[in-house]
Design a protein around this ligand. Sequence first.
Ligand code: DOR
Ligand code: ZN
Length: 430
Amino acid sequence: MALMLKNARVIDPQVGLDEVRDILVRDGRIVEVGHNLTMEKGVERDLSGKVLVPGLVDIHVHLREPGGEQKEDIASGTRAAAHGGFTAVCAMPNTAPVIDNAMGVEYVKAVAAAKGKARVYVAGACSQGLKGETLSEMGDMVAHGASAFTDDGKGIQDAGMMRRVMDYASQFNRVVMVHAQDNGLVGDGQVNEGVASTRLGMLGWPAEGEEIEIARDIALCRLTGCPLHIQHVTTARGLDLVRAAKAEGLPVTCEVTPHHMFLTEDAITDEYQTCFKVNPPLRTAEDAAALVAGVADGTVDCIVTDHAPHTDWEKDREFELAPFGMTGLETSLGLVLTHLVNEGVIDFNRMVELMAVNPRQLMRDEPVKIEAGCVADFTVIDPEASWTVEAHDFYSRANNSGFIGARLKGRATDTYVGGYATMEDGVVVE
Ligand code: DOR
Ligand code: ZN
């Protein structure tokens, strides 16, 4: 089938493009990028006033299937992804059962192919059952399509085990992604240790609980040579460790989330709002500012959501009993446009690097460039759309966003995966 996308401002730093262009697509790939293009028959769309970029990719998403379908499943999670402007996501393996073998990888891929509205990269666990004790079947998982490895949700406590994970993974050309958390320091910590934990009278989750594991894993990256990706960095010093590792030439990358950039520990008041309970916790204003600076200066490689859906009844409990996590797929782009692009902190080119180019590279997938021959995965953005985040607009099964009520400017209106619309004019295509 042919598809003609006309008159969008096409932005792609990979090919140095920022101009109004037409794009002709056939059989899932770009045929031509140019002016006044025509086609004999097919679907034509006028995207005047819109911005078109390579399809956005979120490499840190909890789709909860198998085992947590009451929170989200692959069908609802990938619809939330399409609605948020994403053409691909990476599914975390902390499901029930854990994705730690080839059959689990095949299951997620099969359901995504049958019911998904976005491409789904599968991250396999590093250790069996996320227990941090025994290596998972990494080779088998790679053979069956795993794109990366992580024990996300948990830190791997034993340094020797982490070394084995990295030694083993380094032969497969896959990134090891780490959720940095030292349990001895974090314990039952609920909120950032310091002002917030004192004010709220809750156990603290100290910055050092994250930073010590980042430092350790960078040392193990130096030892093993295995590509290392630090997930959801939240502290200024943690980011400095990544900055220094990069300066040294180590294969270290990192990601930050919108909630750690645009919310702080101050958001949690004596109402003890569980929507702000996330792991790692919301940190200080100085930390949040350091993350934004890292996004601007190139230290941060990707913006991800850590989309962590939970049911209302799980979150409607005492703060200590509620699970960690907030959703993010349907607010991420709007937040990044509102707080970073519109504010002049970064430009559209850098946004595309952070949300499309670098994530795809970390998943070891082929690049999507806006040029002939490339896969036709696109995100179309209305930069002028003003909107308010409302739970009833979510395609996600979950409501646990920390941004309900936020006024944002800019959002995705259309997404295309392999030349087919997954969202058109803000509505997911069924
Ligand atoms: O807040 C979080 N929620 N952080 C994690 O690392 C895991 C996630 C989840 O699975 O709910
Ligand atoms: Zn995590």
